[in-house]
Ligand binder design. Structure first.
Ligand code: PMP
Length: 424
């Protein structure tokens, strides 16, 4: 029977059961953290071979360049060749950088704000700048906007992309809208996968701003959780075909393939945009960490090497996703007390609890030693208008910890829901 069908008496009974379960939970003194999408130690161990690479005898790349020295701003060809087919970006239009794609996103925004893009009449920073933010979305994208005073306009994100009616209407009317955040594959946090049809609309839609950019952050391009290994969309070719070759900035990294803190990041775009990016980048650095590029190339070997490694990640993390699914459906399913996503890849599950209770749920969980990402963090300015969304990141904790945390979380969801319903 669903929560909404329960009488006040039944609700009061449920509440006292959950209150008792909650008191017991608090008594356990748990210390669990489901806040960030981090790889677990077992996942990091998969790539320990990197720690001994490239080895003392190896100091040059395939072309004979000494990787220990300055230079090579675009990054080692070997590593770009491996990721080119996976990201669907031609090798010559792909840049390999240092350890964080977030840093490249930061820099492209700063360059656009201070210098303008190649299609800008003046630097973005000369006037108001707005970005469309499909929500729920990635909190660090929104934090970048906030950092630079970029106004965020939320648009709803469905399972295969954002509300296109809203997106196309907004960009057609307002020349201050310069960008849109997109996580096309297994989006953080909903697991949405952009369809080719949605992508086509986004690359062909008329925009009032001639220098509008899609920030296509393909952070989870190869992070499948099922046998259905959805390939990346060739968004650059689609944009070029549509007559907007410069519309898309592609970002990615090996943060959740090898080492989250010492991976390789990527930037891909039209040749003209890559030249623009490299021009500004070359003032910022005399070259990336090519030793890291080389050891990654030696370790990963080929696109198939990456695919194989990702299947090993899947073996470690998919049981954790399955645990979340089974505990949530067992504890909350019949009562229809919440809904959640069933991602086919990526790092997150997005949980929608009863409207108006997410903040309370996260607070109850915290008091019981279960730390969740703050309620509202998947929304611009941290404001979830319905106060119902909670992001679950199950990859880092051990399976027993995932179970304890999700079971505890379910208790908090039911307690908060009964509190709310009984207060009406
Ligand atoms: N983009 C998305 C969508 C992410 O979820 C994350 C990591 N949580 C990042 C980027 C960060 O990537 P990097 O480590 O390359 O900075």
């Amino acid at each position: 029977m669903s929560l909404s069908d329960l009488s006040r008496e039944q609700l009061a009974d449920l509440q006292s059961q959950q209150r008792a379960a909650y008191d017991e939970l608090v008594g356990k003194g748990l210390k669990l953290d489901l806040t960030r999408g981090k790889p677990s130690p077992a996942q990091l161990d998969l790539s320990n071979a990197l720690l001994a690479l490239p080895g003392e005898e190896t100091t040059t790349d395939a072309a004979g360049t000494d990787v220990r020295n300055y230079g090579g701003t675009q990054g080692l060809p070997e590593i770009r060749e491996i990721f080119s087919p996976l990201l669907k970006v031609p090798v010559e239009q792909l840049v390999a950088g240092d350890n964080a794609s977030l840093a490249i996103m930061h820099d492209t925004i700063v360059y656009a704000l201070l210098k303008g893009t190649i299609d800008s009449e003046r630097p973005w920073g000369g006037g108001p700048v707005k970005f469309l933010c499909p929500t729920p979305g990635y909190d660090r994208h929104f934090a970048l906007c906030e950092q630079f005073g970029i106004e965020m306009i939320p648009v709803d994100l469905g399972p295969d992309g954002p509300d296109l009616e809203a997106v196309t209407r907004l960009v057609a009317d307002d020349a201050d809208i310069k960008g849109i955040w997109i996580v096309p594959t297994y989006a953080n946090p909903t697991g949405a996968v952009y369809s080719e049809e949605v992508t086509r609309t986004l690359v062909t839609m008329p925009t009032a701003a001639p220098d509008f950019r899609m920030f296509w952050d393909n952070a989870y391009a190869v992070h499948h959780l099922t046998d259905e290994e959805t390939p990346a969309i060739d968004v650059l070719a689609l944009a070029a075909e549509a007559g907007y070759p410069n519309r898309v900035f592609v970002f990615a990294s090996t943060s959740k393939i090898t080492f989250a803190g010492s991976g390789v990041s990527f930037f891909g775009s039209s040749r003209a945009n890559v030249d623009w990016y490299l021009k500004h980048l070359s003032k910022r650095t005399i070259g990336p960490d090519k030793v890291n590029h080389l050891r990654h190339a030696r370790y990963l070997k080929s696109p198939d090497g990456v695919r194989e490694l990702m299947r090993k990640h899947r073996e470690i993390i998919s049981p954790k996703f399955a645990l979340v699914e089974s505990i949530l459906s067992e504890r909350l399913g019949d009562l229809e007390a919440a809904s959640w996503t069933h991602p086919h890849g990526g790092y997150f599950i997005s949980l929608d609890v009863m409207e108006g209770t997410a903040t309370r749920v996260v607070e109850l969980a915290k008091q019981a030693g279960i730390v969740m990402t703050g309620a509202g963090s998947a929304f611009p300015y941290g404001r979830d208008p319905q106060d119902r969304n909670i992001r679950i990141a199950p990859t880092f904790p051990a399976p027993a910890e995932v179970s304890a945390a999700i079971d505890g979380l379910a208790t908090c969801v039911l307690l908060a829901a009964t509190e709310k319903l009984l207060a009406c």
